[in-house]
Write a protein that binds this ligand. Structure first.
Ligand code: F1P
Length: 358
């Protein structure tokens, strides 16, 4: 029956979403045991721009990682889709420190980009992946492998948050942000205790849908999180979904606001007042709203039709991984409501290999 979850529909995906906090712990324990973040931090380039590269979810992860990198280290950074490296190589800042992100380690655009950077540009790349012994590991000079975060599902959930958290920890090591590292260790427990509350709000919201259009808004390190939330809803529920920087939404996109549009605000603390002003404006225009905030105030409560309050006692940038869970659950439960199986998204495969790739 549409909207009801039987034991097989989406079983892998929901289990992988639920396992996120435990997976973060497993990944952090692994890199702690190997000491690789410390050894890598010293071996990677200084005084150059860091370029985070990926495809799909891994590109949105790159966006969140690049913003986090600059915040935690003070170093310059940007995110580029792997295809751009091949099609517009002149847009790449050289020298730079490239970081390739790929859950599978097989995506041909990512592997080709790594090969090009190593061989043609003579740059030593760092890769992060969940697969063991994959092509990207063979091509890249350095590689962080997180097998605990690998998934059976086509859509990325725990692999996204785990790879992002580990890259943030690498940034924290490099930027001497002991406070971040301490907080990262506490995140799993804090999110575990709040998971059921988040789940309840999002499941109830999905039951009210589906909406004609889903919009995700955020700024700074949360923009990549809005992008990934948008992708989760598209992939798992075949819905029309978009994302924008929150204040950019005023510059044209707000024309689409209506009760049939669900607008999700992922609020930061740094930009809280300015972002809440957009929320209030959109509510007045008649949009349906979901707010994901660490702590809500009266204005947020007035304008949020649905509210997820994370209540995490960690630095702002460490909340990024928790902030994507509502979008993952929204994609999942909207797909189920529409009679789809989120484990088998339409037209998608787990790995994208371009024709002619090995
Ligand atoms: C990730 C990705 C996913 C997407 C799709 C194909 O590739 O592009 O984002 O959901 O199913 O794969 P990668 O991280 O394995 O390179």
């Amino acid at each position: 029956m549409s909207g009801e979850l039987n034991s097989t529909i989406g079983a892998h995906t929901i289990a992988e979403i639920r396992s996120e906090p435990a997976t973060w712990t497993a990944c952090l324990q692994r890199v702690e045991r190997t000491g690789e973040l410390r050894s890598l931090s010293g071996r990677l380039l200084q005084n150059v721009e860091w370029v985070f590269i990926g495809c799909g979810s891994s590109f949105y992860l790159a966006q969140a990682a690049a913003a986090s990198w600059s915040i935690l280290t003070g170093e310059r950074s940007r995110a580029i889709p792997a295809s751009e490296i091949m099609l517009f190589p002149q847009a790449l800042p050289v020298p730079c420190q490239p970081v390739l992100i790929s859950r599978s380690g097989h995506t041909s655009e990512a592997v080709d980009a790594a090969e090009y950077l190593e061989r043609t540009k003579n740059l030593r790349t760092l890769a992060i992946t969940c697969g063991v012994g994959t092509p990207i590991q063979k091509v890249s000079s350095h590689c962080i492998v997180l097998p605990d975060a690998d998934e059976k599902s086509t859509v990325m959930t725990r692999s996204f948050t785990s790879m992002l958290l580990v890259l943030q920890c690498l940034a924290a090591v490099r930027g001497n942000r002991g406070d971040f590292l301490e907080a990262a260790g506490k995140l799993s427990e804090q999110v575990s205790t709040r998971f059921d509350g988040i789940h309840e709000v999002v499941k109830a919201l999905a039951q009210r849908g589906p909406f004609a259009d889903y919009v995700f808004l955020a700024q700074g390190p949360f923009f990549g999180i809005a992008q990934e939330s948008m992708l989760k809803v598209k992939e798992m529920s075949c819905s029309y979904a978009q994302s924008f920087h929150t204040l950019e939404f005023r510059h044209g996109p707000k024309a689409i606001v209506s009760p049939e549009t669900l607008i999700t605000f992922i609020l930061s603390e740094s930009g809280f007042d300015a972002e809440v002003a957009v929320l209030e404006e959109i509510k007045k225009l008649g949009g349906s709203t979901l707010v994901v905030a660490n702590t809500a105030n009266a204005a947020v409560r007035r304008s949020a039709d649905y509210l997820v309050e994370l209540g995490l006692n960690v630095p702002e940038v460490a909340r990024a991984v928790a902030s994507v869970i509502p979008g993952q659950l929204l994609g999942f439960y909207t797909g189920v409501k529409k009679g789809l199986n989120p484990d088998e998204p339409r037209n998608l495969s787990r790995v994208v290999m371009l024709e002619g790739a090995a």
